[in-house]
Design a protein around this ligand. Structure first.
Ligand SMILES: [Fe+2]
Ligand SMILES: [Zn+2]
Length: 412
């Protein structure tokens, strides 16, 4: 049996059909109307599915499924006016027989998690960020390493804090440099970039290529905002800190967005629609540029990503009519970003780490004396990897929420 054989693939992806393996009230009744099939569950709730939607979504072994990419049934496999020859509620499932004799069976759990009537769509779009300001320091989201690395409920708890607050401190990792990779592995594989490499040692150097490697203060910022797809999760591992200065500062970009929407709606409108440009050039090596809104909105009009790095902001390039208003709008964001009311400031202990949603939470530091040897190790993990692991853990440990839509980050 070759490694690529269908049998080998099936071994990794056991056949599931249209089922999730979750608890759900059985299908009690089904009937076909003009364009849709109406389904009633044993708890009395009802929903409906378009005929062609049901035909498209058949995950039987003949049709294949999107999980392993072996799929023989696509939108051009049937016409839009396809209609069932028969529908029935059988053994708690919805069974549909098509005019060509093909039979589809949908489990009630799968149907409920994919239903697109109003209530089910609201449920999937129900996640909300926990926005915070300076008061976060009084109860900083923190999980110990033993829990965070348990591969189960403890790890899920840490990832949920990262999802909800955009930041979580992992305590008690130790100061073995090899632990940086173990910390990153909680959310996914490390993504190497030209600017930071694989793992970047943030410590003061006599000749610094980046501001990070000095003792200078750094205003809160999004790392690498000049990439089309900026690093997803910042992974910080504190090796040595100072006793004076060198405080870590964090700001919730979603809290600033909320404040702008309420207090400066015109500025909010500009920042969510017009592009700013951010740049980074290392002569002879690379010239990185991105144009995109400072605040990206999702399909529901809610913030899904923040992209702002004050020191990397390029000359603005927008219509002359809005130039002054746009500068003012960026200024409104920038002022809040350095306002102590928005900044959570803590001293990170050696041996502790921080996971940060780099499309939402900005990080910075106060000045420190470079001779004290402050040393932070830094690497990045894509956000998709983080959300992907979070969903997979949730599927068994928090199934009700495993398919909630999560913010997909700053748009380019
Ligand atoms: Fe940074
Ligand atoms: Zn099928």
């Amino acid at each position: 049996m070759s490694h690529e054989s269908p049998d080998a693939i099936t071994a990794y992806n056991p056949f599931q059909g249209n089922r999730l393996g979750l608890d759900a009230p059985p299908v009690a009744a089904a009937s076909a109307a003009a364009r849709t099939v109406h389904v009633e569950f044993a708890d009395g709730s009802t929903t409906f599915f378009h005929h062609q939607w049901l035909r498209h979504c058949c995950y039987c072994q003949a049709c294949g499924n999107p999980a392993d990419g072996i799929r023989f049934n696509t939108v051009i496999s049937f016409e839009s006016d396809i209609a069932p020859a028969a529908v029935s509620a059988m053994h708690g499932d919805l069974t549909v027989t098509w005019p060509d004799g093909h039979e589809s069976v949908y489990g009630p759990d799968w149907l409920r998690h994919h239903a697109y009537d109003g209530a089910n769509r609201r449920q999937r779009s129900g996640w909300r960020p926990t926005r915070w300001r300076s008061e976060l320091v009084q109860n900083f989201p923190t999980v110990g390493w033993t829990d965070a690395s348990d591969g189960g409920a403890g790890q899920l708890g840490a990832l949920q804090l990262l999802r909800d607050y955009g930041i979580v401190q992992i305590a008690g990792i130790g100061t073995d440099p090899a632990a940086t990779e173990r910390l990153a592995a909680l959310v996914g594989p490390i993504h190497e970039t030209t600017v930071y490499g694989y793992i970047y040692d943030v410590k003061a150097e006599p000749v610094a290529k980046l501001g990070a490697k000095t003792g200078m203060p750094q205003a809160p910022h999004i790392d690498d905002a000049f990439y089309y797809s900026p690093p997803g999760i910042d992974v910080f591992h504190c090796m040595v800190n100072t006793e004076e200065g060198g405080m870590s500062t964090y700001v919730d970009g979603f809290a600033i967005a909320q404040s702008l929407a309420a207090e400066q709606p015109d500025a909010y409108e500009l920042l969510t629609t017009l592009p700013i440009s951010q740049i980074r050039r290392h002569p002879g090596e690379i010239d990185l540029r991105n144009r995109g809104p400072l605040i990206s909105l999702d399909e529901f009009g809610r913030p899904q990503g923040i992209r702002y790095f004050d020191r990397a902001l390029a000359p603005l390039d927008v219509d002359a009519d809005v130039m002054d208003a746009f500068y003012n709008a960026v200024r409104e964001y920038n002022r809040r970003m350095i306002d102590p009311a928005f900044i959570a400031e803590i001293r990170v202990k050696p041996g502790n780490g921080m996971l940060i949603d780099n499309h939402r939470v900005m990080h910075g530091r106060t000045a420190f004396d470079p001779s004290f040897g402050r040393h932070i190790r830094l690497c990045h993990v894509p956000r998709d990897e983080f959300h992907g692991r979070l969903r997979e853990l949730s599927r068994t440990l928090d199934p009700e929420h495993h398919d909630e839509y999560l913010p997909q980050g700053a748009r380019s």
